[in-house]
Structure formats: structure tokens, C-alpha cells
Ligand binder design. Structure first.
Ligand code: AHG
Ligand code: MN
Ligand code: MN
Ligand code: MN
Length: 335
């Protein structure tokens, strides 16, 4: 690089939370910074194991199933253990919900945060080398609570932070603390997440739709008509492009950067959809709203839903405002 191309004032994630966001964000207290440091350690360690998976026989099934009925991959189990150990070691977490754990985990100590997580999202794609990720959300422990399920059976609107790390060509961490969305890329030489996508905003519209069309026969009428109209547009309009990776984190990351709509609608096969509310729908809905987009079930704002059980599922349509508004209009037409 010529001299003027070498950046000499890089913003690491730690500095970002302490300064750039610290000025406005209410929860950028020392505790939150320490929690974030433990989270980013977990992402670095998981990323390291994912990259070595094929080399050290870490791909393939673990031979067990989890409480949501998924076959657990070895990396699901390893990612879960890494995450649980990092949250325990932080000393800042009281309650932890994980896709791979049937019940909540309540840690010793006086942690003030509750974390919900999907340690490895898209794990069915792992052995094919497709991008997977870790998704997380953070609630403040309720005042006076000693840590219980009521601390996490709360609407997404009460989350104070959420994000994901996608383990793709590089490790990309996308985070919101309620003051917009920022993207960080892991510099493996420094071992630091560097701010590379400040103040991310989702394009207001984009002719891309992302859904598993193999479920078409199970969809309800509004969903069928909505996607039909994208594929067979009215006179003179071009059909949309279809992009579906099958890892929510990867489909979300593309949608955040390029725009368009991502959906996993509830249908006659999955009455409440497939994606889990606490650690998949809420974090992604929080991020997409903070980036200027929308997230709905078709009839209800995702973040307003109150989960009854920690592994509750929900149908979801998320993405560019204009695209999601068409879904909402379609459901109103059928009401
Ligand atoms: P997970 O790997 O954490 O169980 O999540 C898998 C989810 C999500 O990543 C993706 O959007 C969806 O499963 C894909 O489901 P289909 O294969 O049914 O399309
Ligand atoms: Mn799973
Ligand atoms: Mn998932
Ligand atoms: Mn998972």
C-alpha cells in the first residue's frame, strides 16, 4: 500500500463501544463492554474451529437431536459449549438461552444481562462449506430478579442489543445497541473486529426475494399471491431475482446489504413457521428495523410478539420497507 492507503486510525469493536457508541448508548457501561468482549471472544473461537472443521474431522453429525428437533452437528455442540463457557466466564451474564439447550442456564454470580443465542445458524449447510453464523440477543436482567425464564419471555422490543457473526470469506459481525447498525470484520492478524460498515442502512427497495419455494404447496393464500406477483409482475414490470442460501445469517446479511425480502412464512406444515423467535427472529428483526427496514409475521410486528416458551417459533418476512409493506397489504386484503 502507498503510505496514504495505510489506515493508521482503525476503530476496533472495543473502542467503538467505549467511544463512538458510548456517547449515546445507555448500556455502554463497563459491564456491557465486558459482555461484548466475551461475545467477540466466542465469535473468534467459533470462527477458528469452523475454518479447521474439515481438517480435524469436525464436520458431520454429533448423533443427537436438540429440543427443537434438529439433528445436532458436531459444530452445533462445540459452538454451544464455546458460547456457554464464554458467557459464564464473562461474569456478566445471569441467564442464557441457546438453541442447543432444552432449558435456560442460570449462572452463579451477579450478572446483569440475559443472552439468547443460536450458536451455529445454518448448520445443515456446514458440510457443504456454505456460510454459517452465530446469532445473539441481549436483555437486561429484570430489576430484583435472581434469573429465571421470565427474564427472557419478553418482547423483542425489550432487547438492548442484538447481532450476528457470519463466518464467510471473513468473519463479519453486525451489531445494534439500539443506535443504528454497524458492521465489523475480523482481522485475524490483529485478532480484532474492525469497523468496516459504519451506520448500515438497508436499501428501501430491491427486486430480490429469498424464500424456500419448496414449501409453496404449504403456503397460505396471502403468501402464495405475494410471491406469485413478484414472479409474474403486471404489464411492463420485470420479475424479481431469487436468492436463497438456506442459512438465515447469510440470507439476512445479503438482504441487509443489497435490499429485498427474506421470508420463512408460517405454513400448513410449520404452523408457527420454522425460525425460532428468541434467537433468530428477534435479533434479525431488531437489526433490520434499526437499518430502516421492517420485520413482520404478515399480520404482526415481530418485535411486539411475547414468547410463551424459549423455543417458540414464528413466521417472518423481513427486509426493505417497500417490499415488506406489500406483504402487510396482502395480508390485510385477506383479513
Ligand atoms: P439452524 O441451523 O440454527 O437450526 O437454523 C437453520 C434455519 C435457518 O438458518 C435457515 O433460514 C432455515 O433453517 C432454512 O430452513 P430450510 O432448509 O427449511 O429452508
Ligand atoms: Mn438447528
Ligand atoms: Mn438458526
Ligand atoms: Mn443453530
Amino acid at each position: 500500500d502507498s503510505l496514504n492507503e495505510i489506515k493508521t486510525d482503525i476503530i476496533t469493536l472495543t473502542r467503538f463501544i467505549l467511544t463512538e457508541q458510548g456517547r449515546y448508548a445507555t448500556q455502554a457501561t463497563g459491564d456491557f463492554t465486558l459482555l461484548l468482549n466475551s461475545l467477540q471472544f466466542a465469535f473468534k473461537f467459533i470462527s477458528h474451529n469452523i475454518r479447521r472443521a474439515t481438517l480435524v474431522n469436525l464436520i458431520g453429525l454429533a448423533g443427537a437431536t436438540n429440543s427443537t428437533g434438529d439433528d445436532q452437528k458436531k459444530l452445533d455442540v462445540i459452538g454451544d459449549e464455546i458460547f456457554i463457557n464464554a458467557m459464564r466466564a464473562s461474569g456478566k451474564v445471569k441467564v442464557l438461552v441457546s438453541e442447543e439447550q432444552e432449558e435456560i442456564i442460570v449462572f452463579e454470580g451477579d450478572g446483569k444481562y440475559c443472552v439468547v443465542c443460536d450458536p451455529i445458524d445454518g448448520s445443515s449447510n456446514l458440510d457443504a462449506g456454505v456460510s454459517v453464523g452465530t446469532i445473539f440477543g441481549v436483555y437486561k436482567l429484570q430489576p430484583g430478579s435472581t434469573g429465571g425464564v421470565s427474564d427472557v419471555l419478553r418482547p423483542g422490543t425489550e432487547m438492548i442489543a442484538a447481532g450476528y457473526t457470519m463466518y464467510g470469506a471473513s468473519a463479519n459481525l453486525v451489531l445494534t445497541t439500539g443506535n443504528g447498525v454497524n458492521g465489523f470484520t475480523l482481522d485475524t492478524a490483529l485478532g480484532e473486529f474492525i469497523l468496516t460498515h459504519p451506520d448500515m442502512k438497508i436499501p428501501k427497495k430491491r427486486s430480490i426475494y429469498s424464500v424456500n419455494e419448496g414449501n409453496t404447496v404449504y403456503w397460505d393464500k396471502p403468501t402464495q399471491e405475494y410471491f406469485h406477483n413478484l414472479k409474474y409482475p403486471s404489464e411492463g414490470l420485470k420479475p424479481y431475482s431469487s436468492r436463497y442460501i438456506g442459512s438465515m445469517v447469510a440470507d439476512m446479511h445479503r438482504t441487509l446489504l443489497y435490499g429485498g425480502i427474506f421470508a420463512y412464512p408460517s405454513d400448513s406444515k410449520s404452523k408457527n413457521g420454522k425460525l425460532r423467535l428468541l434467537y433468530e427472529c428477534f435479533p434479525m428483526a431488531f437489526l433490520v428495523e434499526q437499518a430502516g427496514g421492517l420485520a413482520t409475521t404478515g399480520t404482526q410486528r415481530i418485535l411486539d410478539i411475547v414468547p410463551k416458551h424459549i423455543h417458540d417459533r414464528s413466521g417472518i418476512f423481513l427486509g426493505s420497507e417497500k417490499e415488506v409493506l406489500k406483504v402487510i397489504d396482502m395480508y390485510q386484503k385477506y383479513e
